[in-house]
Design a protein around this ligand. Structure first.
Ligand SMILES: NC(=O)c1ccc[n+]([C@@H]2O[C@H](COP(=O)([O-])OP(=O)(O)OC[C@H]3O[C@@H](n4cnc5c(N)ncnc54)[C@H](OP(=O)(O)O)[C@@H]3O)[C@@H](O)[C@H]2O)c1
Length: 300
């Protein structure tokens, strides 16, 4: 359904939730010429710090004040607070409201729709840990966008204007889309932490492990980006080096058994990619699978 209200680069914008994502997006939008004029948060100090970064932006004491001043509101609170914050606001007919969550759909903004507001979701598929780093990390980021035609058009244009790459998502796509982001953005960091912790098992420190291993991450990402799946999958598994794999399983069982399940399951999940790449013969893959599964039994 197409809405009648048109949002464009002159539409006034406010943010509710002055954290890492809200702050980063607001700076990027402001730099791209969008009028970000009001901010509110749980604490006034956060709203003030947010407003201090953006020319022409006012920190508001309460969230209704923000909504009353602007035609479009981004709710960039933590996920759990989005619905509560939305429910607390009196919305105007035709006002725009979008949240920044990757997991939730627009339906958590239903109370705004009931009052005639137009709903959207604008999720940057990136890991944000500060506003300073976040602003730098936005160019090239994919934005998962939900909403009706008018909302999509506005948010897609905005994503492009801040040098992002817009993609449209249906409400039913959101959770799987978010899982992909969590696997890459969050659980990859867990995997990196496990890899670094292995260094403690051979008389070095975890920090040394981080220093040694972190430079591999950009190289892996570059391989993935340039060669794609499955060509970027490398190492003893596509090579079919079963002797090396056996040594891994013996060593990890005795020295780091807490990481054995992770190692086995990741290796098993990776075998079909190695076969698809054409590097690993199906029979060899089956042999490796059985070896891995035999160690799975020992930990049950
Ligand atoms: N971090 C990421 O990597 C990432 C990536 C993509 C999308 N997102 C999404 O972006 C949204 C914000 O995440 P974030 O990482 O920016 O979180 P964050 O840095 O923790 O910021 C959340 C902000 O929300 C405010 N807040 C919490 N409860 C509130 C309430 N009841 N009323 C008003 N303000 C409230 C907090 O206010 P105070 O500071 O005033 O206490 C805080 O500034 C979430 O929906 C998240 O899923 C996050």
């Amino acid at each position: 359904m197409t809405n009648t209200k048109e949002f464009d680069k002159t539409t006034t914008i406010g943010f509710l939730g002055a954290g890492n994502v809200g702050g980063s997006l607001a700076v990027a939008m402001s730099n791209a010429g969008y009028p970000v004029i009001a901010a509110g948060s749980r604490t006034f100090a956060s709203a003030q710090a947010f407003a201090d970064r953006i020319p022409g932006c006012t920190a508001c004491e309460n969230i209704q004040d923000v909504a009353d001043r602007v035609d479009f509101v981004f709710i960039s609170t933590s996920d759990d607070a989005i619905r509560t914050v939305c429910d607390q606001v009196s919305w105007r007919q035709g006002q725009g409201v979008a949240h920044c969550s990757g997991a939730a759909s627009v339906d958590i903004l239903q109370s705004a729709a009931d009052q005639g507001a137009i709903l959207g979701a604008f999720h940057p598929l990136q890991a944000f840990n500060s506003v300073e780093n976040g602003v730098k990390a936005i160019p090239g980021v994919t934005f998962g966008i939900e909403g009706d035609d008018g909302m999509q058009s506005y948010l897609r244009g905005m994503a492009s204007d801040i040098e992002g790459i817009p993609i449209s998502l249906r409400p039913q796509d959101k959770v799987l889309y978010h899982i992909s982001g969590v696997l890459m953005g969050n659980l990859l960091a867990v995997l990196g932490s496990v890899a670094a912790s292995m260094w403690e098992k051979f008389d070095h420190t975890r920090d040394e492990g981080v220093r040694a291993l972190a430079p591999m991450m950009p190289a892996v990402a570059a391989n993935l980006a340039s060669a794609g799946v499955p060509q970027a999958v490398a190492g003893p598994y596509p090579r079919g080096d079963i002797g090396t794999i056996r040594k891994h399983l013996e060593a990890i069982s005795s020295s780091a058994p807490e990481y054995l399940p992770l190692y086995i399951e990741l290796a098993l999940v990776g075998l079909p990619f190695a076969v698809e790449k054409g590097a690993l013969a199906p029979a060899r893959s089956q042999e490796i699978k059985e070896l891995l599964e035999s160690y799975r039994v020992t930990i049950e």
